[in-house]
Design a binder for this molecule. Structure first.
Ligand code: Q46
Ligand code: ZN
Length: 310
C-alpha cells in the first residue's frame, strides 16, 4: 500500500477518508486535524497557557506532543490514582516524557491528599470506582487549572471516546449530559476553567499510529478498573459498525455536534441557565449547583467512615 500523498510506503489506511498515509504524512494529518479542531472550536491561541491532563497513555501524551511541538505554551497535570503497578508505570512514563521536553508537570497524589488510592476510597464510600474517579479527576483538573492561572484545560479524548460516550448517553436518554459533550466548553463562571478536547477529530487507531511513528513511550495497558466497563462495549460496537461502513463514528459524533450548534443558535444557551444555578461550594469554593460540591460530599463521607473505623 502506497501513501496517497507521496511515493512512500503507507503505514496506516484511513478508510473513513478513503486514504492511506506514510509516517511523515500521517504525522502531518494528525497535526492538521488538531489545528483544525483548535481553530474551528476556538479552543486557544499561541498566547494562552494550556494545561494538558495526562494519564501516561497514548492519547494524552500524543496531544501534549503535538501541542508542544507546534509552539503552544503547555504544562501537564498527572493525577496519581494510587492503582499499584499501573499507576507507578504510567507516572514514570509521564515523568520521562516531560523531562525530555522541559515541560512543567503538576502531580496530584490521591494517597497523600485524599488519604487513599481510588480503589479503597471508592470502597469506603460505596461508589463505583470509575464514577468516584471521574469526580475526583474533574475536580482536580479544574482546580489546578484555576489555581495556577491556566487559560484552558485540555484532555486527550478522541473521536472513539466521544462517540461511545454519546452512544451511552443516548441509549439511556441522559439528555442532561448531552449539553456537556461538545469539544470546547467555555469557562462559564468564575472558578470554572475552559475545557477542550483537541483530539475529537481523530480516531483512536490514528492516534495510536501517531504515537508509534513518533516514538512516544506510553503505557500500553489500560487502567485495570476499565475491564468490563460499558464504554469498552460501546467502543467495540461502534468499531463493528465502522468496519462495515467507514465513517459511521464520525458521522454520529460530528452530526450530533452540528445539530447541537444549530440548536444553540436557536435557543438561549445552556451556559446561561447553568450560570444562574452555579455558586461557590460552601466547603471548597469551587463552582457547584448544590450547596456542597460532589467532591466535598464524597470526601465528607470518607472522613466519616474513617472515623467510624478508628
Ligand atoms: S482511570 Fe479512573 Fe478510568 Fe481507571 S478508575 Fe475507571 S475512570 S478506568 S478513564
Ligand atoms: Zn467543594
Amino acid at each position: 500500500m502506497r501513501c496517497r500523498k507521496c511515493p512512500n510506503k503507507a503505514v496506516l489506511g484511513i478508510p473513513r477518508h478513503h486514504t492511506a498515509f506514510c509516517k511523515r504524512c500521517l504525522t502531518e494529518f494528525v497535526n492538521d486535524q488538531v489545528e483544525r479542531a483548535v481553530a474551528e472550536e476556538k479552543m486557544f491561541a499561541k498566547t494562552d497557557r494550556v494545561l494538558v491532563a495526562v494519564s501516561g497513555g497514548k492519547d494524552s501524551l500524543s496531544l501534549l506532543d503535538v501541542l508542544h511541538r507546534r509552539g503552544y505554551q503547555t504544562a501537564a497535570l498527572y493525577v496519581d490514582l494510587g492503582i499499584g503497578e499501573y499507576s507507578r508505570q504510567s507516572k514514570a512514563k509521564v515523568e520521562q516524557f516531560v523531562a525530555a521536553r522541559g515541560i512543567t508537570l503538576h502531580v496530584h497524589e490521591l494517597k497523600e491528599e485524599e488519604g487513599a488510592g481510588i480503589n479503597d476510597l471508592a470502597d469506603l464510600i460505596h461508589r463505583p470506582t470509575c464514577s468516584a474517579c471521574g469526580t475526583i479527576k474533574r475536580y482536580h483538573f479544574n482546580r489546578t487549572a484555576v489555581e495556577h492561572g491556566y487559560d484552558v484545560l485540555a484532555t486527550g479524548h478522541n473521536l472513539d471516546d466521544e462517540a461511545s460516550r454519546l452512544l451511552g448517553n443516548v441509549l439511556h436518554w441522559q439528555t442532561e449530559y448531552l449539553d456537556k459533550q461538545g469539544p470546547s466548553l467555555p469557562a462559564s463562571v468564575e472558578g470554572f476553567a475552559k475545557k477542550v478536547k483537541p483530539l475529537y477529530r481523530l480516531a483512536e487507531r490514528e492516534i495510536a499510529a501517531y504515537a508509534v511513528v513518533n516514538k512516544i513511550d506510553y503505557i500500553v495497558e489500560e487502567c485495570p478498573n476499565a475491564k468490563g466497563a460499558k464504554m469498552l462495549l460501546y467502543k467495540e460496537i461502534l468499531n463493528r459498525l465502522e468496519d462495515e461502513s467507514p465513517g459511521t463514528k464520525q458521522a454520529f459524533y460530528w452530526g450530533f455536534l452540528a445539530r447541537q450548534k444549530a440548536e444553540a443558535q436557536a435557543r438561549p444557551s445552556m451556559a446561561e441557565s447553568d450560570r444562574a444555578l452555579l455558586h461557590p461550594c460552601a466547603k471548597c469554593g469551587q463552582p457547584t449547583t448544590a450547596e456542597v460540591c460532589t467532591y466535598c460530599k464524597m470526601m465528607g463521607r470518607m472522613m466519616a467512615k474513617t472515623h467510624q473505623r478508628a
